[in-house]
Design a protein around this ligand. Structure first.
Ligand code: WQD
Length: 329
């Protein structure tokens, strides 16, 4: 089976490409390199020992997407391509709505035209809003605190309506919690451009000496130590979750949480990273970051039951692999 992976040179996309090829799938990558680099392609070919067709294109451009579907006989798509910086989405909402909605609308429309009915969408736990934990897939979604989260919720609705109108479509909406870690080879991992927004890439830059200290956004949340609690999942577990979804997908639209079901605080992550890697991470408690919520972690029973998938790697693996990747740069 040949799978189109949009955003396939990004953090989660690249790890999913490895998992797909190891499972015997043929993969074609489309990426516009807005938040990734071409070096990742050669790293992927080194890891998989396969030549991987790559097209530097904008998925929002229908003409180029059509020519891609003319060139390859795709059996399914995994759609990662999209902007994902929460803070940037607040300051540049139009950029986020245009890109994240247009890419999804264009890709879904061309899939329909070419009879490609397996569609796996990269969604996010953000769509739950400040709901009661653990978040489960049947929950009524609350408004998210940012345009990024809204684009994910809207894309979920677009793909749900597509599946309802075209009963041969098999759609999986995968809601990621907090992916961290890196491939054990340490040749691919998380390396955002500029100052990292997310916790782990910030910690690894402090560990590397490129940033002075970690700023912890608030220690006055109603959590065990006052700092924010999240469901951190190893990016390889997340990648394997995509393979499980592709192999088990059926007609209709199916929503799955991809998390561990465990909540971990910022301070617990810092302490685990320090002890696993024997490195001190200096930090300072500062004000809360606007839009942050106290708790976010998953009820993961549905993916276990229907996809026979659950996360296997623990926090120590995540902290070690994140650091190994940055150290090897
Ligand atoms: C985690 C915790 C922060 C940075 C977002 C998106 C989600 C997904 C992952 C795209 C929080 C604290 C963080 C720092 C800190 N993105 N923190 N200092 O906000 O849970 O989720 O990124 O798919 O959709 O919503 O992730 O890593 O930014 O924050 O104290 O420098 O770490 O307050 O409690 P978040 P995060």
């Amino acid at each position: 089976m040949t799978i189109l992976v949009t955003g396939g040179l990004g953090f989660i996309g690249s790890h999913t490409v490895v998992a797909l090829i190891e499972e015997g799938f043929k993969v074609v990558i489309a990426d516009n390199l807005s938040n990734s680099s071409l070096e990742v392609l050669s790293s992927l070919e080194d890891i998989t020992k396969e030549n991987i067709p790559f097209h530097e294109i904008d998925i929002a451009d229908e003409k180029v997407v059509i020519s891609l579907f003319e060139e390859y006989d795709f059996n399914g798509v995994i759609h990662f391509a999209g902007y994902k910086a929460v803070g940037e989405s607040v300051s540049e909402p139009i950029k986020y709505y245009r890109n994240n909605l247009l890419t999804t609308l264009t890709l879904a429309d061309v899939c329909k035209k070419y009879g490609v009915t397996k569609f796996i969408f990269s969604s996010s736990a953000t769509v739950y809003g400040d709901n009661n934990v653990p978040f489960d897939e049947t929950m009524q979604l609350l408004p998210t605190t940012n345009p990024y989260g809204e684009t994910k919720a809207i894309c979920e609705r677009i793909l749900t309506d597509l599946a309802n109108a075209n009963t041969d479509f098999e759609v999986a909406l995968l809601r990621y919690f907090n992916p961290i870690g890196a491939h054990p080879s340490a040749v691919i991992g998380e390396l955002p451009k500029g100052i990292p927004n997310n916790l782990m890439p910030y910690i690894t830059q402090v560990a590397k000496g490129n940033l002075k200290e970690l700023q912890i956004f608030g220690d006055d949340y109603p959590t065990q130590d006052g700092t924010g609690v999240r469901d951190y999942i190893h990016v390889m577990d997340l990648a394997e979750g995509h393979v499980a979804a592709l192999k088990n997908i059926t007609t209709g639209v199916h929503i799955y949480n991809l998390g561990t079901g465990q909540g971990t605080s910022v301070l617990e992550i810092v302490k685990t990273f320090e002890s696993v890697n024997n490195i001190k991470i200096p930090y300072k408690i500062v004000d809360r970051r606007s839009g942050d919520i106290a708790f976010s972690y998953a009820d993961v029973s549905k993916a276990k039951k229907e996809l026979n998938w659950s996360a296997k790697r623990n926090l120590e693996n995540m902290c070690r692999d994140s650091w190994n990747f940055i150290q090897a740069l």
